[in-house]
Design a binder for this molecule. Structure first.
Ligand SMILES: Cc1cc2nc3c(=O)[nH]c(=O)nc-3n(C[C@H](O)[C@H](O)[C@H](O)COP(=O)(O)O)c2cc1C
Length: 262
């Protein structure tokens, strides 16, 4: 048996799996579909997920692991539009941690975002210890002091932190989610961005707020070793992004507009 297996009794030879296969490795023969070049299968699972008769199995995306879609209602478009527009970056948090099972739900949904050639490749570090986040703030402020001219807001953050103890890096969020990818992985940043877009939207369904930790990213992307060491980033991995998360202290009352659609 090859990596694709067709159940001949169930297969109606409708050809849908052949039509939708992204790298076109499925072909219709007299006895049904067959596959060539297994190495070029990107494991997207489309063939298994689309078959109306559950007649196709793929070692890379086993039929037994796929969930029947009919069980889930489709969200109506007004609800979805309102839901997506109401996501905001949250910068004022309540102090309590997000429960671990909810943090795991966030990263679990993040891995379903689209990735080039379905390469995926992102791993997540969930920071739950506020002491480590406090150390990270101090570390990033030290880095900013060494690199004051690099970005307009650095002197403001340094002064707010040194004079008033204000954390303008993580906004005192109780949790941080760091994405990493193998250092030689070319799509690490873009895959991270899409996965965090999923994460940030999904967070709202759990009452969780989030915001990109862009200043943390600037420091991490400069390979500042005290920061990388704090999170035990191995040499073969790079940080590709980060978002802070926690329960919002306040609730927005209005949807804001953006630039006009161009
Ligand atoms: C790549 C990236 C980096 C960001 N960095 C920060 C940051 O360091 N601190 C912060 O408070 N918000 C940060 N943001 C959030 C943006 O400021 C925010 O998305 C924008 O103002 C629009 O507001 P909204 O997300 O509430 O709709 C970042 C967003 C992105 C996409």
């Amino acid at each position: 048996m090859g990596f694709i297996h067709i159940n001949q009794e169930k297969c109606s030879k409708c050809g849908i799996c052949v039509d939708i296969c992204p790298p076109s490795i499925l072909h219709m023969g007299k006895t049904g579909p067959s596959a060539t070049k297994p190495a070029t299968c990107i494991a997207c699972g489309h063939c298994v997920a689309i078959c109306p008769n559950a007649a196709i199995n793929n070692i890379k995306t086993p039929l037994a692991d796929q969930v029947a879609l009919a069980k889930f209602p489709v969200i109506n478009s007004d609800t979805a539009y309102h839901f997506m527009r109401s996501r905001r970056s949250i910068r004022c948090y309540r102090s309590e941690n997000i429960p671990r099972n909810q943090l795991l739900k966030l990263v679990d949904v993040a891995r379903f975002a689209p990735t080039a050639s379905n390469k995926q490749g992102i791993s997540y570090i969930i920071v739950e210890d506020s002491k480590i986040l406090k150390k990270a703030t101090e570390t990033i402020i030290n880095w900013m002091e060494e690199n004051q001219a690099r970005w307009w807001s650095f002197p403001l953050h340094i002064r707010a932190y040194r004079e008033h103890g204000i954390d303008g890096i993580f906004h005192s969020a109780p949790n941080l989610i760091i994405a990493t990818a193998p250092t030689d992985f070319k799509n690490g940043r873009e895959n991270t961005i899409l996965s965090f877009a999923y994460l940030e939207l999904f967070a709202n369904t759990l009452g969780i707020g989030s915001a990109w930790a862009g200043l943390f990213e600037m420091c991490a992307f400069s390979n500042y070793s005290p920061l990388l060491n704090l999170f035990n980033i191995p040499e073969n991995k790079s940080i590709t992004g980060a978002v802070m998360a926690g329960f919002p202290k306040y609730t927005f009352k209005r949807l804001v507009d953006r630039n006009p659609l161009d």
